[in-house]
Each structure stands twice: as structure tokens, then as C-alpha cells.
Design a protein around this ligand. Structure first.
Ligand code: ZN
Length: 687
């Protein structure tokens, strides 16, 4: 007895001494030794070198430029010690389907020059010097004709009283839509486009940028389009307005033809093949130079491959139990192809880290870096893994900039010392994470993305806009999050549970604030209910890291109970304020839809619109203007699971995203039914 006492008081004394003398851990999820191994190895300078190399290539889907980029990445990945590195090919032939995606053709551009004729001919656009000057999916041409201004060029009225036949139209609208109206419908020879870029706070401030444009990759009758700056377009318009005849010669050598979508892949083998896979994703495609979008993502997952492969090879990090897979596809299309061929692999994916635009120097690009959450249809622990490592990096960067404390600064030898202009952001769409998280596949993503970047999709997206320090910091968040998830078992699940529960409580409190602000108590109650349901599901998702363990499962269930107790308390607080008598629930829509298992994947796949292609053109067809679009359409389908009725889906959408007209949801689900994507399952009994 006395001996035991002696031992335990000695143990306490040791613990106290240790506690007094040590710093708090850098993060709750990885031991400092492992995190430090990662931060010491990470190099933003190497990532930037990769961006510079990729920036030489015009990397359009299924084109020779993409192929060269794929070869480059595969070579680097082999050098860096990834295993099983290879390039997979998928026919890009305008016919083959990959789940809900129908392939388009490849494109082989060789040259394209637009010259203004006259006493001293002037070159207006030249593909060999600036590839974005020729719109993607232009075809062979050799035409001499004059120029006519059609304004936006996308609607009937733009062409009133104008004879465009055989001429080149000068237009500012979406270049594919202009081609349809001017060339396909009215016999114009081609298009000269000054299509503006996506809207940001800086729209119109950079009149010399030339936008990357594309014609329809499904239209083999495409002629050609050249792209010019707004400044050049204004000059040409002024001259046309003065009655000047502008004679142009267009010479294009480019062909739409069957080629292949190519996806580069490689792997770090885990110790337990049954434990599933963690994936790193990006998109290797886009225009030259396309530095931030998306050479930066391709380069930074390559840097994570290098960091992890090296540290594991040198035994500075234990080999994780899960496989870590790396994928470099053409955006969305390539991921759809890969998923169609590797359904067994997809079923084993536990989580994905997707990087799209991660290197923009905010002083130049005005970029804000986001760690973006999963959609409401897919609550996941991944959000809190990102929160832990994101906070470590953001806070370290801030302390360096503010206090000169470089302990956790993660500064590149070739980069800035700025703090990160960065946040944690609610779900947004727009890249391959949409495929992973879609209701057919359910792979939760940590989505890392800059928005805005004022140079996106233009000739101005150059490597000089990239900050090597930012790249290094993103590489650290990526490598530490991925390594943690690849290694996690029972002990890690236990720590992560605490993070999800604690941070989930904060999110529940935020939901309660929103609920109190609602004058309609039913809306308030729904916000609390949906928020709590999200957190319960996020806790549930932790079981996928330790699926066999009853201990983990029991712990998760206990914490879910505690969330439900908080929910009950929040309900009561809301009733205290509004008065319990005020609750009158309306009628419920009890139809239950289920997915057609033969149509996996989303409806909006890069250039492909599944609904438009499958709903026959009826006079009242809703297909040209779907009742729901964007995130709401994506999520409405994701929430179809054969269990939720229409009212349940409506509640999730309104609780997470704000007001949604129920009629629009009903119409959209009917449209999906007409397209053969969902079928009516049954009616749930009224409760
Ligand atoms: Zn893009």
C-alpha cells in the first residue's frame, strides 16, 4: 500500500515537472515529432518550380499539351518515389459514357493566326505566342473577310438588321453561345471574342487580359474563334463605328478528333490493404500558363507526394495503414472516367484532399485561401481535421507577421513573410470535389481553393503571381491532414472525436443564434434540428477510421446523445421565447425518391449537361432552364436516398442553405425522374 502510494506520488511529481517545462503540443492530432518532420521537409520553392514547368504547356483536356504535362508529372512522381506511377487513358471520342458523363472529342491545335490586312498587315492574335488567343475546339480555317460588330452576340436582337453571313463577328458574350448564334444559325465565318472573365470585385479593372475561351466540344461543325482583350475590342469597335471596313485573314490549323483523356496516378502503399485509401486530387488541365489554376494544385499535391514518400522511406514517419493515392486528371471529366473504371477503388476511398488554386499571392491576385467544408448532404470529420491543421498554419503565419515569432511560420526560402489571407469556408462547388462528394460516391473532401483570383482563365495567370510561402503552407496542411487520416485508428479516432464534438458544439451555438433571429419558430426549430443532425452525422463518420471497434462506436454514440441533449435544450429555449402554442406544422410531401443505380454521378459535368441530353425536347420541357441549379440542384439529388421524403429534403436544404421554394424542388425532382435519374420509391406513412 505504502509502496504503491510512493510510486504514484513520484509519477505525479514527474508529470508535474514535465508539464511545467514543456510547450503545449502544436496540434491535437499529430505528435509534434511527426508534424515537425513534415514542416521541415516541405518546400514551396520546389512546388513553384513545378508550376513554372507546367506553365509552359497549353493543357487543354485530351490535347497534346495535356499529354506532355501528364508525362512530366509521371516522371517527377517516379523520381520522388511514388509506386505504381502510370498514365491511364480513356477514350475521348464523343461517344463513350463514364457513368453520367458522355465523353467529348479531343483537340489538336497546331497554329492559328488572325491578321488585319492593309498596307502594313498587323497580327491581332497568334496561337504560337499566346495559346489562349485561339479558342479551344476551333477547327481548320483559311478565310479572308471583314469584321462586323454584334454586341454581346448571344441573342436574336444582337443580329437585327445585320448580315453576318461569311463575316467574322466581333462579340462580347460567351464565345460558344456566340458561335451558335452567329456561325451555326446565321452562317458567319468565325468569331472574334472579348468574352469577359468571371465576376469579382475587380471585374473590368484589367482591360489587357485575354480570356481563355472554348467552343462546344460536342459540336464537330465548329469553325473558329479568336480571343482578344477588352482594350483591343474597344479600338476595333470605335473604328467600325466610324464606318471603317476592317479586313481580316484567319488561318487556323486545329482539329477536333478522337483522342484520350489521361489521368496520372501513383500510390504510397499502406500496411493494411483492407483499411481503405486517402486520395490527393487536383486538376492538371487548363490554358497556358494556368499557374494558379491549376498548376498550383497539381504541383502542391506532387510536393505532398514527395514529402510523404521521402519521410516514410527514411522512416521519419511510420508507414500509414491506409494507401495514399495521388490523381492528376483533366478537371471533372478525368475524375468521372477514373471513377467509372475503378468502382472498387472508389468504394474504399475514406477521404480526399482536393487542391484547386492554392498559390495566389494576395497582393497580386487578390486571392483569399479557403479550407472549404463538405456539403450538407455529407457531414464529415474531414472538416475538423482541416480545422486543426489549418488553424496551426494560419496562427503560425500570423504570429510570424505580427510578433516576429517564427516558431510555426512555415516560410519558404523563396517566398514572402506575409500572414495568410485565409479562412474556413462553407461548401462551394466548382471542381473535382463535386464528383467525390456526389450522392453516388460519398467521399468527403477537404477542398482547398483560392477565390477570387483576378487572373483566372486568362493569359495573366502566370507563375510570378505565386507565393512560394503560401504553397509551402498549403503543402503542410495537405501533408499533415492526409497523413493523419491515412494513419488513424482507435487512438486517433478518440482524439478526433473530441475535436468534432467541441467544434460541433460551437457550430450548434451558431445555428442557435440563426434560429433565434428567425421570426418563424418552425424555421428556427428546423435550423437547430438540421445543425444537430449534421454534427451527429459528422461524429458517425469517424467510425470509418476504425470500423471494427465497438469502443469507438460506443464513444461516438455517447457523444451523439450529448448533442441531442443540447438540441433538446435549444428547442426549449426557442419555445420559451416564441411560446409553445405558436407551432403549427403544415402538410408534408411524403413522396420518397430513390436513385437509379445505373446512373451514377452528377448532372452537370464540365461541358456535359446530363438532363438536357436525356429529357426529350418537349414544348414545356423544363430542361433549358432547370427549376433548381447550382448547389441546390446538386444537393437536392445528393439527398435522394430512398429514405428521405420530399419534405425531409426540403428541410435539409432550407436549414443549411436558406429559403428554397418547395415547388421548385418538386419540379426538379420530377425533371430528374423524367431524365431517368431517380424513381418514385414509396410513400412514407404520415407521422
Ligand atoms: Zn479553372
Amino acid at each position: 500500500m505504502s509502496k504503491l502510494l510512493t510510486i504514484s506520488s513520484t509519477a505525479i511529481a514527474i508529470l508535474l515537472t514535465a508539464a511545467a517545462g514543456t510547450q503545449p503540443a502544436k496540434t491535437s492530432l499529430l505528435p509534434d515529432s511527426q508534424l515537425t518532420a513534415i514542416t521541415s521537409e516541405a518546400s514551396g520553392a520546389l512546388a513553384k518550380d513545378t508550376i513554372i514547368a507546367l506553365g509552359h504547356l497549353h493543357r487543354v483536356h485530351a490535347s497534346p499539351g495535356f499529354h506532355q504535362a501528364a508525362e512530366y508529372i509521371a516522371d517527377r512522381a517516379r523520381d520522388y518515389g511514388l509506386e505504381e506511377v502510370h498514365i491511364e487513358s480513356f477514350p475521348a471520342d464523343g461517344k463513350t459514357t463514364y457513368n453520367s458523363f458522355k465523353a467529348y472529342l479531343g483537340w489538336e491545335p497546331k497554329s492559328g493566326v488572325l491578321t488585319e490586312l492593309g498596307e502594313s498587315p498587323q497580327v491581332i492574335a497568334d496561337f504560337s505566342k499566346m495559346p489562349v488567343a485561339l479558342a479551344d475546339y476551333s477547327n481548320d480555317a483559311d478565310v479572308t473577310t471583314d469584321l462586323i460588330d454584334v454586341g454581346a452576340g448571344t441573342s436574336e436582337k444582337d443580329y437585327a438588321g445585320k448580315d453576318v453571313k461569311g463575316r467574322i463577328v466581333l462579340a462580347g458574350g460567351n464565345v460558344a453561345a456566340v458561335h451558335h448564334e452567329a456561325v451555326d444559325q446565321r452562317g458567319a465565318a468565325g468569331v472574334l471574342s472579348y468574352q469577359p472573365n468571371q465576376v469579382t470585385g475587380w471585374s473590368g479593372d484589367y482591360p489587357d487580359l485575354v480570356r481563355w475561351g472554348h467552343l462546344s466540344p460536342y459540336n464537330t461543325a465548329n469553325k473558329f474563334a479568336f480571343m482578344i482583350s477588352l482594350r483591343k475590342a474597344r479600338e476595333l469597335q470605335a473604328r467600325l463605328n466610324h464606318g471603317e471596313i476592317i479586313k481580316l485573314h484567319a488561318e487556323v490549323s486545329a482539329q477536333m478528333k478522337p483522342t484520350n483523356f489521361e489521368v496520372v496516378t501513383g500510390i504510397i502503399r499502406g500496411t493494411d490493404p483492407a483499411a481503405g485509401e486517402i486520395v490527393y486530387s487536383c486538376h492538371l488541365c487548363h490554358q497556358k500558363p494556368g499557374a494558379n489554376d491549376n498548376a498550383s494544385g497539381a504541383a502542391t499535391i506532387l510536393e505532398d507526394a514527395r514529402i510523404l514518400a521521402r519521410l516514410i522511406r527514411e522512416k521519419k514517419l511510420p508507414r500509414p495503414k491506409r494507401n495514399i493515392r495521388f490523381l492528376w486528371p483533366p478537371e471533372i471529366a478525368g475524375t468521372m472516367c477514373y471513377f467509372a473504371r475503378h468502382a472498387d477503388e472508389v468504394a474504399k476511398m475514406v477521404a480526399v484532399i482536393h487542391m484547386d488554386m492554392v498559390g495566389g499571392d494576395p497582393k497580386l491576385t487578390h486571392a483569399i485561401f479557403h479550407l472549404t467544408r463538405t456539403p450538407a448532404s455529407l457531414p464529415s470529420f474531414t472538416n475538423d481535421v482541416a480545422a486543426v491543421f489549418g488553424s496551426y498554419v494560419y496562427d503560425g503565419a500570423r504570429r510570424a507577421a505580427m510578433d516576429g515569432d517564427f516558431t510555426n511560420a512555415n516560410i519558404s526560402t523563396e517566398g514572402s513573410k506575409e500572414m495568410m489571407l485565409a479562412d474556413f469556408h462553407d461548401f462551394t462547388m466548382g471542381s473535382d470535389h463535386d464528383v467525390y462528394q456526389e450522392g453516388s460516391f460519398h467521399v468527403p473532401a477537404i477542398y482547398m481553393n483560392d477565390w477570387p483570383d483576378v487572373f483566372i482563365h486568362t493569359n495573366g495567370d502566370v507563375p510570378a503571381n505565386m507565393d512560394a510561402t503560401k504553397l509551402q503552407r498549403v503543402a503542410v496542411i495537405g501533408a499533415s491532414s492526409g497523413y493523419f487520416m491515412a494513419s488513424a485508428g482507435e487512438a486517433e479516432a478518440k482524439i478526433l472525436m473530441g475535436e468534432v464534438f467541441a467544434r460541433g458544439g460551437e457550430r450548434q451555438s451558431q445555428a442557435l443564434r440563426r434560429a433565434f433571429a428567425e421570426s418563424d419558430i418552425l424555421k428556427g426549430l428546423n435550423i437547430i434540428k438540421q445543425s444537430t443532425e449534421q454534427e451527429r452525422s459528422a461524429l458517425d463518420s469517424i467510425k470509418s477510421l476504425d470500423p471494427q471497434s465497438k469502443t469507438t462506436s460506443d464513444r461516438v454514440e455517447d457523444l451523439k446523445q450529448r448533442l441531442s441533449m443540447r438540441e433538446a435544450e435549444a428547442f426549449m429555449a426557442l419555445r420559451d421565447i416564441h411560446g409553445a402554442d405558436a407551432i403549427h406544422e403544415g402538410p408534408k410531401l411524403l413522396q420518397v425518391y430513390k436513385r437509379n443505380p445505373k446512373v451514377l454521378g452528377g448532372m452537370d459535368i464540365y461541358y456535359y449537361d446530363y438532363i438536357k441530353d436525356h429529357v426529350p425536347e418537349a414544348p414545356n420541357s423544363a430542361a433549358p432552364a432547370p427549376p433548381l441549379d447550382g448547389t441546390l440542384a446538386y444537393e437536392a439529388l445528393n439527398l435522394v436516398d430512398g429514405k428521405r421524403n420530399v419534405s425531409d429534403i426540403h428541410h435539409v436544404l432550407t436549414g443549411a442553405y436558406g429559403p428554397v421554394e418547395i415547388k421548385k424542388l418538386v419540379d426538379y425532382l420530377k425533371l430528374l425522374e423524367r431524365a431517368g435519374v431517380v424513381t418514385l420509391a414509396e410513400r412514407t406513412s404520415a407521422k
